[in-house]
Design a protein around this ligand. Structure first.
Ligand code: ASP
Length: 327
């Protein structure tokens, strides 16, 4: 066959194939989508993810099924998505860990920066410093005294290195210059169960997991980690008000697909995400849990990527200064 002939056959094959690809993307999704939550069921990332997944599924006309892949500070779930087929049927809802893991982990079985496409930002959630209900301190100042006295005798629960609860604990220990014993879980849902049972002493976790327990008095709360108080917990002081200025961290969430997911698929997912962020039921539930959907104009793949990259740079020197790595 001549080169020309080959080209003609190849051209004809491409002409046949291209409409099929275009058609597949045009009708995406044709089957259920799996949303990986990289922490255990019942925790705050799971709470946010399930609300968003349900609304996205309604808009997409296909269920978005949540699968919890907890462990190793959220890296196991992220790895699963980074290594999945980039076809839009496996997506990841992750949090601030996406910005700390590239520094915390010097060896990973996936690329924590270039392994993903960004779909959009979802929400930003304050954290709260809480203890078992019979903890021998009622204010942050008293907690600091107890912590400095008891040091490693205190058990601090977190969701592994890379979790928001890990980051908050790292900042708290650094602010006090006092180490605690850390107890890692696959997510702060199970960690909360142990805090309620009194088998661990302390935790720092999103309001999406702690609000109801704080209101019910089943955990002791000391401070919220944002510059302003949260409307859903008006009596809880900020860390700065309670005596620890500069102790600030809030947990942002974003939606991702594997790298090289076709742009029309990312755009379709983004439209569904924006619909979820506009859902009044979700906004009400978020508000009750101390958070809010991001304004839809910020929920673009580009703004998400820029924000994420800037956050990697923001946390890198702090993590390096703390000198605590996963390996
Ligand atoms: N809130 C957890 C964290 O510390 C994760 C979770 O269980 O959602 O990152």
């Amino acid at each position: 066959m001549t080169r020309f002939g080959k080209r003609t056959v190849l051209g004809a094959a491409l002409a046949l194939a291209l409409p099929a690809i275009g058609h597949a993307q045009g009708t995406y999704p044709t089957r259920p989508i799996t949303m990986i939550i990289p922490f255990a069921a019942g925790g705050p990332t799971d709470t946010v993810g399930r609300l968003i997944a349900q609304a996205m599924g309604t808009e997409l006309g296909q269920p978005v099924v949540v699968e919890n892949v907890g462990g190793a500070g959220g890296t196991l779930g992220a790895q699963r998505v980074a290594n999945a087929r980039p076809d839009g049927y496996t997506i990841l809802l992750h949090h601030i860990g996406m910005a700390t893991i590239p520094t915390l982990y010097r060896r990973l079985a996936y690329d924590p920066i270039n392994g993903f496409e960004t779909v959009g930002l979802v929400t930003e959630v304050p954290m709260t410093l809480v203890a078992r209900r019979n903890f021998p301190a009622t204010t942050l100042a008293e907690l600091v005294q107890v912590a400095r006295r008891e040091r490693e005798r205190l058990n601090y629960a977190n969701a592994g290195i890379g979790a928001a609860s890990h980051l908050c604990g790292l900042l708290f220990q650094k602010a006090l210059d006092t180490p605690f014993t850390t107890v890692p879980y696959r997510g702060t849902g199970p960690a909360m169960n142990d805090l309620l049972a009194g088998t661990v002493d302390l935790m720092c976790d999103q309001t999406t997991n702690t609000t109801e327990q704080i209101r019910a008095g089943t955990v002791r709360a000391f401070a919220v980690t944002t510059p302003q108080r949260v409307a859903s917990l008006p009596d809880l002081p900020t860390a700065a008000e309670a005596g620890l200025p500069g102790f600030e961290v809030s947990v942002w969430h974003g939606l991702y697909t594997p790298r090289a997911t076709p742009r029309p698929v990312v755009e379709r997912l983004n439209r569904a995400l924006v619909a979820a962020l506009r859902d009044e039921g979700i906004a009400r539930r978020f508000a009750d849990l101390g958070t809010a959907p991001v304004p839809v104009e910020r929920a673009t793949p580009e703004i998400h990527r820029t924000f994420w990259q800037a956050d990697i740079q923001k946390w890198r020197p702090l993590i390096q200064a703390a000198g605590q790595y996963a390996d």
